[in-house]
Design a protein around this ligand. Structure first.
Ligand code: FMN
Length: 148
């Protein structure tokens, strides 16, 4: 299907899990005919989120539910709360159970008042969690297209 949606995928990843999730999201969006641009937080120059229909923002969680400093800087750099933020995160329940699992992603979604549910992935998305990513994306795109 050809779509006119444009998406930015911004993410921070140290050990690769969030990057793998971002790549999976990017592949899915490309297959749907959506134009995807990339932003590696802390590395790439930022484009205005208003240029995109959807801005996917991915982060891991650090230090008892903390948001990485680079992601906080990214939020400051944007400087306002775009309405098109879609948040995803990776984490590990072994670092604090359900309460702290992907807490940084949850906090970002709250901060932006995101219209979309938060995708939370335990470590790598590869394997059994791929269907979770796909179902989440299906819901995100249905909602985005119906509100375009
Ligand atoms: C010191 C440390 C603290 C962590 N704290 C949390 C946490 O509070 N909540 C959580 O869900 N994951 C926590 N994690 C797990 C990481 O978020 C998880 O491994 C994540 O997938 C790493 O992302 P990356 O591979 O993209 O760098 C922690 C990991 C480390 C090393």
């Amino acid at each position: 299907m050809v779509s006119e949606l444009r998406a930015l995928i911004a993410y921070l990843s140290y050990s690769g899990n969030t990057e793998e999730t971002a790549a999976y999201i990017g592949d899915y969006l490309n297959k749907e005919g959506i134009t995807v641009e990339w932003h590696r937080i802390g590395i790439d120059a930022l484009n205005d989120p208003a240029m995109y229909d959807l801005v996917f923002l991915g982060t891991f969680t650090w230090d008892k539910g903390a948001t990485p400093d680079e992601v906080k800087d990214f939020v400051l750099e944007i400087g306002y709360k775009p309405e098109n933020m879609v948040i995803f995160g990776t984490g590990e329940t072994q670092f604090g159970g359900d309460e702290l699992f992907c807490k940084a992603a949850e906090k970002l979604a709250d901060f932006y008042g995101s219209s979309y549910p938060v995708l939370k992935i335990e470590q790598s998305p590869r394997g059994s969690q791929e269907s979770k990513v796909e179902q989440w994306l299906e819901g995100v795109l249905n909602y985005a297209k119906s509100n375009a």
